[in-house]
Design a protein around this ligand. Structure first.
Ligand code: SOE
Length: 390
């Protein structure tokens, strides 16, 4: 008989993220057998009864709901996982916290800082375990980057550079709103690439390199009107199609970030590079098992960029998988997040990024959008501001 404790999951939303999270819950106990908690797929919720039943059958959920309030009211659910479009994150998370449930929320935490702050307040008041699915932190090569930086190998950091490039909205025929294209609708999403893609880059950046204190941004909406999939009307587009910003970090380094959905040829090119006094590192989502490292202190005749294949048992998470040399994929970042969440329930330590951490990312996103709108520098309100004259 298993001595593990059940963590009864109620998931809301059956789209792309509903699938990645469900896969995480399904796989984690196979690969992290030492964990004391075991996710149990108790219920899945979505409005369409046929679709939600099909999802439950496919992923092995025991039951369905078509009203998220009914899911939250159930006393056989311990943790509520929010995989809905951004406009419902706040309402669901606050209700779930008030009902005493643990809350796992898909990124970005909310559409605005005001919403995110209310969510943090509700979580704090209820004192419930929480996390936000900024999954890229948990790819082994990205976690290794964190370990290398924290060990001091890079020395003082001067530059942080990140891109997240896609090309799926170039056609003016792509609608806004609706099931597959809610990310194009400012009401549902809150913003465009800033909240959807740069939020990932900002989360990783602040985890690796500390707080971003102030930003100067430019955004563009290349297609100004699109048909709305729900109303059927051609309506103005309120999201940013592209965003470029530069910034100061609290540690004195400079940041440069770019994201667009108009970079023909790029489907999900997330890259970052960090340059320090002694060494640099860079990473590319399209080659996610590798971390590149350059150390100026190497002997001159062999000095150069090393390509580290992050698949060895002493590298982050990799003793859980196959044998050295065999890579893993995108979906593993979600499995790792579930594992870390379950571990946090054992230790009582928060599972970062918490709602509070994600609020900080939200503050940077909002400062970016305000900076672009006002064509001026904006402080993020986090970290100690570095004087621009300094
Ligand atoms: C957008 O296309 C998207 O699916 C984001 O919403 C995800 O967060 C990102 O990881 C991949 O791209």
């Amino acid at each position: 008989m298993s001595t593990k404790k059940d963590l009864r999951i109620g998931i809301i939303g059956t789209g792309f993220m509903g699938r990645t999270h469900s896969n995480g819950y399904s796989q984690v106990s196979h690969f992290f057998p030492e964990l004391q908690y075991k996710p149990v797929l108790k219920a899945v919720c979505s409005r369409n009864p046929e679709k939600v039943q099909a999802f439950a059958d496919q992923w092995g959920y025991e039951s369905i709901e078509t009203d998220w309030k009914a899911l939250i009211a159930r006393d056989d659910i311990d943790a509520v996982d929010i995989c809905t479009p951004n406009d419902s994150h706040a309402e669901i998370a606050i209700a779930a916290a008030e009902a005493g449930k643990m809350v796992l929320c898909e990124k970005p935490l909310a559409r605005t800082v005001a919403e995110a702050q209310q969510m943090v307040d509700a979580i704090d008041k209820a004192g419930v375990a929480n996390t936000v699915w900024y999954n890229y932190r948990r790819l082994p090569a990205v976690t290794l980057a964190k370990q290398i930086i924290d060990s001091g190998k890079l020395g003082k950091i001067f530059h942080y550079r990140a891109n997240f490039l896609q090309d799926w909205t170039i056609s003016a025929d792509v609608p806004q709103g609706g099931t597959g294209t809610w990310r194009m609708d400012v009401e549902a999403a809150g913003s465009g690439v800033t909240g959807d893609l740069l939020a990932h880059c900002i989360d990783t950046a602040m985890w690796l390199n500390g707080s971003i204190t102030d930003v100067s941004a430019v955004t563009e909406t290349f297609v100004k009107e699109r048909m709305h999939a729900v109303t059927g009307k051609v309506q103005p587009v309120g999201i940013d199609d592209a965003c470029i910003f530069h910034c100061h970090f609290e540690n004195g380094s400079l940041g440069l970030f770019e994201s667009t959905r108009y970079a023909r040829g790029h489907k999900a090119l997330y890259t970052f590079e960090i340059n320090g006094e002694h060494a640099s590192i860079r990473w590319d989502l399209h080659d996610l098992n590798r971390l590149e490292y350059f150390d100026h202190r190497d002997e001159g005749i062999v000095r150069g960029w090393r390509s580290i294949h992050v698949t060895d048992g002493d590298q982050p998470y990799m003793n859980k998988w196959w044998v050295p040399g065999l890579g893993i994929g995108y979906e593993h970042s979600f499995i790792h997040q579930v594992a870390d969440f379950l571990k946090s329930l054992e230790t009582g330590e928060p599972c970062s990024p918490t709602f509070q951490d994600a609020l900080e990312t939200q503050k940077v996103c909002e400062a970016v959008l305000e900076s672009a709108a006002s064509r001026s520098w904006k402080e993020t309100g986090i970290g100690a501001t570095v004087s621009q004259e300094a």
